[in-house]
Design a protein around this ligand. Structure first.
Ligand code: PMP
Length: 474
């Protein structure tokens, strides 16, 4: 049977086809066994994907067992050009051959100068004109720390406004702004963050979805900030994602983002947009803020800006630059190879119009997945922006909530993820309940690869839903 949305399912779909040449890696099982014995129990992706990658090109990853996978995780949204793209490799090789220092703290280099020019060249006008950049330790979380600290210094206030479902990183300040209770629980309470309702249409915090729910979220925010007894510590900043990634691929309506900009501007609260995952074309625009046209006070960048190597920075309006020398240091702020790889990536994405392509392909993929909803009741919601796509899986036998959303189905989602892996597709989960399949393919994905991803995903979904149907179910 061919399902709507799985139109090419009955064509031959080589799942996890064996590699033509055996990879020169050790025995996969032995390596995995040693990893389990020696690495921490906090490891994550390694649990979901028990493979030992030995080679990767584009969106194909080859394991030590000779199997090949289409990678829709892309280094947690990092690899906008896929693995080992020729322009990235060329940039790295050229830099290596030039004899440039690979590690140089925060000294000026031609590579950093070039990177900054390329980055500023992509930022929205009105922001780039008055932008300053601070290079951080090479992780998104450190750039979030820097952004919060910058605004705390500039405003002399301590509080932070952050949203339900947010993910900003794992270091203390970023973790305080993150929503997930499970990862925060072991730490002492961070009392300075006020949690605001993110406009999550499918599971709306106000019991009404869509634009109305987003309006209510904005009204609530405004009322709370103006309530002298609302318990809000005077905020140094509001931090948000234009599309929540780890929170389950939840795009905020553009109107809501404009409301957040208005509300913060009217109250002198700096607005930080965390573009760590949404940046560099991923959402169908070079930067996700472009969809709504808002001009934030700071943008946090990492992941794709390093062209697959570690790099992170905060870019902000120059009038917030009240830091003393050394206010936010870090040894590894001068990764020359990452700057060169990042410059090549930024220029390639812009020159090839890959953000537009992400918009077109994203619409095609979501339309195909949307068609699945009518035939597969476990598909509760399909959403996203550009090539940042989420499929929320639900329990069709459960009772709907006030918005009509069915209970999340994390176990089913984990089985679908495993089913995808068996079929040669790497897809990770996210969302409040770990029930959202997240697709983050490279922006260079070909039309044929789009079809293969959809075939494998549909096949895994259909088979898993069929196997979990209640006894006697239709
Ligand atoms: N912000 C967002 C929006 C992210 O998605 C992430 C990582 N998933 C981070 C911050 C933290 O980045 P890192 O893991 O590099 O610290």
């Amino acid at each position: 049977m061919t399902l709507a949305g799985c139109s090419t399912l009955d064509q031959a779909t080589p799942a996890a086809s064996p590699a033509t040449t055996p990879p020169p890696a050790g025995d996969q099982d032995a390596i995995l066994q040693r990893q389990r014995a020696r690495e921490s129990s906090a490891r994550t992706y390694a649990r979901s994907f028990p493979i030992v990658p030995v080679r990767a090109h584009g969106m194909t990853v080859e394991g030590a067992d000779g199997r090949r996978y289409l990678d829709c995780l892309s280094g947690a949204g990092t690899l906008v050009l896929g693995h080992n793209h020729p322009v990235v490799l060329d940039a790295i090789r050229r830099t290596l051959d030039s004899g440039a220092p690979l590690h140089i703290l925060d000294l000026a280099t031609a590579e950093k100068d070039d990177f900054t020019t390329a980055l500023f060249g992509t930022l929205p006008a009105g922001f780039a004109d008055r932008a300053r950049i601070h290079f951080c330790g090479p992780a998104g979380t450190d750039a979030v720390e820097a952004a919060l600290k910058l605004m705390q210094t500039a405003t002399g206030r301590r509080g932070v406004l952050a949203f339900t479902g947010a993910y900003h990183g794992m270091t203390a300040g970023a973790l305080a702004a993150t929503g997930s209770v499970a990862v925060k629980q072991p730490l002492p309470p961070a009392g300075e963050v006020t949690r605001l309702p993110y406009p999550y249409g499918y599971r709306c915090p106000f019991g009404v979805g869509g634009e109305r729910g987003a309006e209510l979220s904005a009204v609530y925010t405004e009322r709370l900030l103006d309530d002298p007894s609302g318990g809000v510590v005077p905020p140094a900043a509001m931090i948000l994602e234009a599309v929540q990634g780890e929170g389950g691929v939840v795009p905020a309506p553009d109107g809501w983002l404009r409301e957040m900009r208005r509300i913060t501007a009217e109250r002198g609260i700096p607005l930080i947009v965390d573009e760590v995952q949404t940046g560099v074309g991923r959402t169908g625009a070079m930067w996700a803020v472009e969809h709504s046209g808002i001009v934030p006070d700071a943008i946090v960048v990492s992941k794709a800006i390093g062209g697959s190597l570690p790099l992170a920075a905060v870019v902000y309006r120059d009038d917030y630059d009240g830091w003393l020398p050394g206010a936010h240091t870090g040894t590894f702020r001068g990764n020359t190879l990452a700057m060169a790889a990042g410059t090549a990536t930024l220029r390639f994405v812009a020159a090839e119009g890959l953000a537009d392509r992400a918009a077109v392909l994203g619409a095609r993929i979501t339309a195909r997945l949307e068609a699945l909803r009518s035939v597969l009741p476990v598909v509760g919601d399909v959403r996203g922006r550009g090539l940042m796509i989420g499929v929320e899986l639900v329990d069709p036998t459960g009772a709907p909530d006030a918005c009509g959303a069915l209970p999340p189905a994390p176990d089913l989602a984990a089985r679908v993820r495993a089913g995808c892996l068996e079929r040669g597709l790497i897809v990770e989960l996210g969302g409040r309940h770990d029930a959202v399949l997240r697709l983050l393919p490279p922006l260079t994905i070909s039309d044929e690869q789009v079809e293969a991803v959809l075939d494998r995903l549909c096949d895994a979904l259909t088979a898993t839903a069929r196997d979990t149907r209640p006894e006697g179910g239709a």
